[in-house]
Design a protein around this ligand. Structure first.
Ligand code: OAD
Length: 253
């Protein structure tokens, strides 16, 4: 199934992977789009925007407490773990994620750029001071910043907000230098994240998509595989490892 792709991977020096909510779906974290997705049940502008927070920090924190609790109960799945192994198979490997669940780090991936923040981190709405705190925030008694007295919010990117320029710039730089770029478990509908695969392809990378369904990116991809990342990635990594060792020790072939 992966034979032709693996011939490309064998010669690739730098691999960049972009992940979205789909890679955590098999861990039990809901995705955003589609019938079962969070944005099918909730209105993003009422929960994930600065306006919503200023209007009702209580409702916003109740929602984030619920998501934290849910994410706190889940573990990395076979897809996250396969990416940890994949990191060892390339000279350079970068993981860029839109997910805020921290599951890539928990799995053991090292070079991770979290484009949309991390749900376990908090920051001050006024001075951007960072507060690491994983537990629930009392929605009726939201903590204030010790430096300036501003309200504490989750350190995730909300609708209408800019991404951290250092992080997104680094992601673009990595994508431009990629020999192979994987887009895994993302609908590729949210920019600037969805621009990264396009930039990689325009700079000569082989573009690979893994998703349970086709996306707007599928047409551009050199290879696309329909299936669950937790099924496909371990198989791909096993085949790549085998081909890499055969390439190293041709006498075994
Ligand atoms: P989406 O919910 O938009 O897309 C999830 C994708 O994962 C879909 O294309 C599914 O088909 C696919 N999928 C589901 N299960 C899968 C599985 N087991 N294996 C592989 N693919 C699977 O999530 P994102 O693309 O991550 O932003 O959404 C991007 C951003 O939109 C999020 O980071 C969030 C949201 O609004 C912010 O919160 C800023």
């Amino acid at each position: 199934m992966f034979d032709e792709l693996i011939s490309h991977l064998i010669n690739a020096r730098r691999c960049v992977v972009l992940t979205g909510a789909g890679i955590s779906a098999e861990s039990g974290v809901p995705t955003f789009r589609g019938k079962e997705g969070l944005w099918g049940k909730f209105k993003p502008e009422q929960l994930a925007s600065m306006d919503a927070f200023m209007a009702s920090p209580k409702i916003v924190w109740e929602w984030y407490n619920w998501r934290r609790e849910l994410m706190g109960q889940v573990r990395p799945n076979a897809g996250h773990l396969a990416l940890v192994e994949m990191e060892t198979l390339f000279e350079e490997f970068d993981l860029v994620t839109q997910n805020v669940d921290g599951l890539h780090a928990m799995a053991g991936s090292k070079s991770i750029l979290e484009l949309h923040g991390n749900i376990y981190r908090n920051k001050c709405v006024d001075c951007d001071g960072i507060f690491e705190f994983r537990g629930d925030i009392a929605p009726d008694n939201i903590p204030q910043c010790g430096h300036c007295g501003g309200k504490i919010r989750p350190d995730v990117v909300w609708f209408g907000e800019m991404l951290d320029p250092e992080i997104i710039d680094a992601a673009f730089a990595q994508s431009e230098q990629a020999d192979v770029f994987f887009s895994i478990g993302t609908s590729a509908e949210v920019h600037p994240a969805a621009t990264l695969p396009v930039v990689a392809k325009n700079h000569g990378a082989t573009l690979v998509e893994i998703n349970v369904e086709e996306t707007t990116l599928t047409e551009l991809a050199d290879f696309h595989f329909i299936g669950k990342s937790g099924d496909l990635l371990p198989k791909l990594v096993a085949q790549l490892k085998e081909r890499r060792s055969l390439a190293q020790f041709p006498e075994l072939a």
